[in-house]
Design a protein around this ligand. Sequence first.
Ligand SMILES: Cc1cc2nc3c(=O)[nH]c(=O)nc-3n(C[C@H](O)[C@H](O)[C@H](O)COP(=O)(O)OP(=O)(O)OC[C@H]3O[C@@H](n4cnc5c(N)ncnc54)[C@H](O)[C@@H]3O)c2cc1C
Length: 337
Amino acid sequence: MKEITIAGGGLAGLSLGVALRRADVPVVLHEAGRYPRHRVCGEFINGVGKETLSNLGIAELFSNAVLSKKTHWFMGSRQMFEGSLERPAIGVSREWLDLQLAGMFEGLGGSLLTGSRQKEMRKEGVVWAAGRRGKRKSKWLGLKIHVANLQDLQSLEMHMGRGGYVGLAPVEDGRVNVCGLFRLQHYGGRGSDMLWNCLASNGLNRLSARLQEASPDPCSFTAVSALGFGGQPGNEGLMALGDAESMIPPFTGNGMSMAFEAAETALEPLCKYSEGKESWEKVVQDVRRSLRARFRRRLLMARIVHPFLLTHAGRAFLSGVTRSGLLPFKPLSRALR
Ligand SMILES: Cc1cc2nc3c(=O)[nH]c(=O)nc-3n(C[C@H](O)[C@H](O)[C@H](O)COP(=O)(O)OP(=O)(O)OC[C@H]3O[C@@H](n4cnc5c(N)ncnc54)[C@H](O)[C@@H]3O)c2cc1C
């Protein structure tokens, strides 16, 4: 069987690596970083089907996961919406999940090279799962931290501020992940202080105080900028999966599911290539087409809704719509399946 090389050991790369190894395909996976590591991520997986996790052979990892059935949205300190999710969201830290997937991949005989940053290659047998491309002119800043001992968490919480939003999601070991996306500007302070300053600047002072009164873990603080959403440019002829292919805005909590679904989509064509039954060019073409068809609707929906969360006028509109009970939450939620 022909070998597959994967660049990028995030969720798309690792889950694909596991699934390919289960099909006896030889796989070498290059990851620029090392495990375990914290990542800027809301750490709730919204919309992923059990079938996808089973097809990838990773369902067992989620058997004891924290599940959230509801979401609560706040504007300032006022709750403006409470809704039930189509499928319970899975709360899991990336620190834990990526490490488990990496262990599973190696346990199945996959060759994992950490600290190995690859150059983008349009080469036969190479899958590019190295995450989103940095966007120089991006106006967004993503921040994340874990807190313990947060007593009054209402399942999944989403708090809207003046120039962004922040989500609270319960993950394993009683911890709560706090992750926000805000307009990029100088908030002052370093590490977790930057996050507290950012929340205060965005009118979320009470939330900031509430989180600081719990037990924030400064070692889990991470930040990221240069974010660009939607279909990623320059992928012609490249077998790109996960964020490297398209990145959905974080409020949906669907990016991790898309990474798994992309791996699931690519699995069978890659097995055919490895067995010598299909040419590489045909496999790349087929996978790109299937990914576009699978994700088109949800990317469009997210692109329409996202600006409402980020502008004053948009939030005022959203607030009015939710108060009058007209928010089409169920159709929106369904679009992410
Ligand atoms: C602020 C924010 C909040 C989010 N919240 C959520 C959420 O709540 N729920 C959700 O489902 N999704 C969320 N997402 C999106 C989610 O994190 C991504 O969609 C998901 O991580 C995509 O997985 P991936 O494997 O494609 O990419 P990644 O997880 O980014 O993995 C890419 C990997 O490639 C490695 N790499 C990079 N360059 C190279 C290279 N040249 N060579 C080798 N390795 C390389 C990186 O180190 C990394 O490990 C959020 C994203 C942001 C920015």
